[in-house]
Design a protein around this ligand. Structure first.
Ligand code: NAD
Ligand code: ZN
Length: 362
């Protein structure tokens, strides 16, 4: 059988640069007459009472929600409730704008789709299950690394699955990349979320789906990550924020045209069973993957040491065998990642016991 090559829709419009957030009102203007003629703004609650709140271009008719992402990652219930409330209040909006990190961007993408697709979002967790295009949606990242700004998935945790609403219509119509917005990110999040990009690149590069196209993005993204996280100019500076925002986007594009691997497969297990946050979970796991990614893990550890990031060890001593078995099963059930990372014979190499041993290293 001939190889089917990935054929993806990208973000339609991208503005990049310091202060570009100021253009948002003008960007939305041509869309304001659509549907019921109002916009929904979803803003990370961190910005409540901060200067950015005054710069959000919400008009009198618009709905603004300040959403806390501290307690949990986005859930299917949360999206369904928000959708029902918005439709009951004002009908179908002209569009949705998400201003925040990966969590808020995923909420914005998922809400856009669920405003036009009936029933619970749990019905649509998976690939190409969405029936109709969503409303116009805009992503404004305020923390860089997940690549959620360019990805074709909106990851949601439901009662059964932690899985994305993944289809062409998930992709943002517009993104606004303003590096000024990420200046206030706390140092630990700056590290964990940035490492998500670095890990995306290590995994994208080390597997059978890697190709010249995904490699070009990964190579550039890793070069930018090295400038941001290693060496004499490393740290949270305006110059590095400019670079990190681009690194995040390119890391996301690299994995879109390749695949993630061992770290993400394990990370989904940890997050699904214990609720550990995506980027932090990846860092906890990457620390123990030298057997799979010797170079990438060595450089990751250099970055951890350089920034004196405290990654706890010995976590698994508090986990029951049952908990570890559950994590192993979640990870095992991601064959697309294993096929990429290990190959056709992955089931000979990766068994539930191998996975349990890996989790016990944490
Ligand atoms: P996040 O959105 O969860 O935010 C992390 C923390 O940073 C929060 O406390 C938030 O309030 C704070 N924060 C954000 N911007 C800030 C700023 N400018 N100043 C100060 N604090 C700020 O972070 P994340 O790591 O970007 O996103 C993780 C989420 O992304 C997870 O839900 C994960 O499932 C999802 N994800 C999605 C994709 C995708 O392709 N769709 C890929 C990877 C991860
Ligand atoms: Zn990731």
């Amino acid at each position: 059988t001939p190889t089917i090559h990935k054929n993806f829709k990208g973000v339609e419009k991208t503005v990049y640069g310091r202060g570009s957030f100021g253009q948002l009102d003008a960007i939305l203007a041509p869309h304001r007459a659509d549907n019921e003629g109002y916009f929904v703004f979803l803003v990370d609650n961190y910005f409540k009472g901060k200067p950015l709140e005054g710069q959000v271009p919400a008009h009198a008719e618009d709905l603004s929600y300040y959403i806390s992402v501290e307690e949990h990652e986005p859930t299917t219930d949360q999206i369904d409730q928000l959708r029902d409330e918005i439709l009951a209040k004002k009908g179908l909006p002209s569009g949705v704008v998400g201003i925040g990190g990966g969590s808020i961007m995923d909420i914005a993408k998922a809400l856009s789709l669920m405003l036009t697709n009936e029933g619970s979002s749990t019905l649509y967790q998976g690939l190409n299950l969405i029936k109709k295009p969503g409303v116009y949606h805009v992503g404004v990242p305020t923390i860089s690394g997940t690549g959620a700004e360019v990805s074709m998935t909106a990851v949601l945790t439901g009662p059964v699955k932690k899985l994305g609403l993944k289809c062409e219509w998930t992709v943002f119509n517009q993104i606004v990349l303003d590096p000024e917005l990420i200046a206030s990110v706390p140092r630990n999040w700056w590290f964990y979320t940035g490492m998500d990009t670095y890990i995306h690149c290590v995994e994208s590069e080390n597997g059978r789906l890697n190709n010249a196209y995904s490699h070009a993005y990964a190579e550039q993204s890793m070069k930018l990550c090295r400038e941001v996280y290693l060496g004499e100019h490393s740290g949270q500076t305006p110059e590095n924020d400019d670079k990190l925002m681009v690194a995040s986007m390119m890391g996301g594009l690299s994995l879109t045209y390749s695949e993630v691997g061992v770290c993400h497969a394990l990370s989904y297990g940890l997050s699904k069973i214990l609720g550990t946050r995506h980027c932090y979970a990846n860092c906890l796991i990457m620390n123990h993957l030298e057997d799979y990614y010797p170079q990438g893990v060595a450089e990751f550890k250099e970055m951890v040491a350089y920034h004196q990031i405290d990654l706890p060890q010995g976590l698994s001593k508090d986990w029951s065998d049952d908990t570890i078995t559950q994590m192993a099963h979640v990870s095992y059930n991601l064959p697309h990642m294993w096929l990429h990372a290990i190959g056709d014979n992955w089931q000979e190499v990766i068994t539930i016991d191998v996975l349990k041993d890996l989790f016990r290293r944490l």
